[in-house]
Design a protein around this ligand. Structure first.
Ligand code: RUB
Length: 342
C-alpha cells in the first residue's frame, strides 16, 4: 500500500522501455524522471487522478531543476517534449492532461514573452509549485465542504480509492461526526482495500465488502461518495469501473450520490462533444496467465472506468463550491472559457 503514495520524484529509477529525448540537454536525471514517472503512472504504481496529476507536474519540476540547458529554446523544447510524453501515460484521468497543459500553456506564454534562460527555468519551477500547492489545497477544501454533507448516524458507501473522498470522510470524522463507512473492494485491482486501510488507520468505522454485495448493503446506505477521473460538460462522471452500478443501486434506494472532485478533473474537450476515452487494461488483471492460456477461446475485457450519467448524480463537490451535475457546464465555461468563441 505504501507504494501507492510514492512521489514520482523519489522513485527508484528503472529500466526504460521508451526513451525520452531532451533536445539540447545532457543525459541525466531529467530523462530518467520523466521516463520513470511515465512508467509509474502507466503501471499504476502511482494511481488516482489527483496523484497522477501531481506526479506528472513533479516530474516536470525535476526536469526544470536538473539540467544544464544549452539555450532557452532547448529548455522549453525539452519541457514540451516531456509534457507531451507524460500526457500519454494513461488515457482516462483528465487531471493528467489538464495539469500538464497548465504548465505547458504557461511555458508557451513565457517563451513568447522572452527572457533569460535562468529566469525561464525559475519561472517554470514556480508554475509547477503553484499547481502542486493548489492541488493539495483543493483536496483539503473539498474535504471541508463535503464533510458538511455527512450527518451523524449516516452510513456512507464509497467505491475505489479517492483522495478527495477520503478527505471528505476524514474531515467529517475530525469534526466529531459519528458515521459508518462501507468500502467496496474494487476489483480487479482492489483499491478499496487502500481506502479501508487508510480510513481505519484514521480511526473511522469501516467495513470492506465485495463489489458484488453493493445492492445488498445499499438498503442501509444514506450517502454514496465517490471520486472522479473526469467530469463531462453534461455532468456525467467518469470514475472507476463499477461506479455506475453503485449509482444505479443508490438510485433504487434513494441514497444520495455525491462526487468529490477537484476542478482540474473537469474535461474541457467534452464541451465540444469529445468523448472521454475509457482505458482498457490487461486481461492479466482479470485472470492469471495460466488460466488465460488454458482458456484461449475466452475473450477478456477489462475496462478500467465507466460513465455515470448525470441523472444518477445529486451533487458534485469541488473546491469552487458544490454543484448539481447540470451546473457543471457553467463552472467549465468559467474555468476554460467558451470553446466556440475563438
Ligand atoms: C482511481 C479512481 C479514483 C479517481 C479519483 O482509479 O477511479 O476514484 O481517480 O481519485 P485508478 P482521487 O486506481 O485506476 O487510478 O480523488 O484520488 O484523485
Amino acid at each position: 500500500m505504501r507504494r501507492e503514495y510514492t512521489s514520482c520524484v523519489s522513485l527508484r529509477l528503472r529500466a526504460r522501455r521508451k526513451r525520452f529525448e531532451t533536445p539540447g540537454q545532457s543525459e541525466g536525471v531529467a530523462r530518467d524522471t520523466i521516463d520513470s514517472t511515465f512508467d509509474q503512472i502507466r503501471s499504476m504504481k502511482v494511481r488516482g487522478a489527483g496523484r497522477i496529476a501531481r506526479s506528472a507536474v513533479s516530474a516536470l519540476k525535476v526536469y526544470c531543476e536538473s539540467g544544464k540547458f544549452d539555450s532557452t529554446k532547448g529548455f522549453y523544447g525539452g519541457l514540451f517534449t516531456a509534457g507531451e510524453k507524460l500526457k500519454q501515460a494513461r488515457p482516462t484521468a483528465v487531471s493528467l492532461p489538464n495539469a500538464v497543459n497548465y504548465v505547458l500553456a504557461s511555458a508557451r506564454r513565457k517563451q513568447a514573452a522572452g527572457g533569460t534562460l535562468r529566469g525561464s527555468v525559475k519561472a517554470m519551477q514556480e508554475v509547477c509549485d503553484a499547481f502542486l500547492t493548489s492541488s493539495l489545497r483543493a483536496t483539503r477544501t473539498i474535504g471541508e465542504y463535503g464533510s458538511k454533507r455527512i450527518r451523524d448516524g449516516d452510513v456512507v458507501l464509497t467505491h475505489c480509492n479517492s483522495e478527495a473522498v477520503t478527505a471528505v470522510l476524514t474531515a467529517a470524522h475530525e469534526a466529531g461526526k459519528r458515521f459508518e463507512v462501507i468500502a467496496t473492494e474494487t476489483r480487479p485491482r482492489f483499491q478499496g482495500r487502500i481506502t479501508a486501510s487508510v480510513l481505519a488507520g484514521r480511526g473511522l468505522d469501516v467495513t470492506l465488502i465485495p463489489d458484488t454485495a453493493v445492492r445488498v448493503y445499499m438498503r442501509k446506505v444514506d450517502t454514496v461518495v465517490v471520486g472522479a477521473d473526469a467530469i463531462a460538460a453534461n455532468g456525467a462522471v467518469i470514475n472507476k469501473i463499477g461506479t455506475s452500478q453503485v449509482a444505479l443501486a443508490a438510485h433504487e434506494t434513494r441514497a444520495r450520490f455525491y462526487v468529490a472532485a477537484e476542478t482540474y478533473k473537469l474535461s474541457p474537450t467534452t464541451m465540444t462533444g469529445e468523448l472521454v476515452e475509457i482505458e482498457q487494461r490487461s486481461p492479466l488483471e482479470v485472470a492469471p496467465r495460466a488460466w488465460l492460456e488454458a482458456n484461449a477461446a475466452v475473450k477478456v475485457q477489462n475496462p478500467a472506468f465507466d460513465v455515470t450519467p448525470p441523472e444518477y448524480v445529486d451533487l458534485i463537490i469541488t473546491e469552487r463550491g458544490i454543484f448539481p451535475p447540470q451546473g457543471i457546464i457553467l463552472l467549465m465555461k468559467d474555468l476554460y472559457g467558451v470553446p466556440w468563441s475563438d
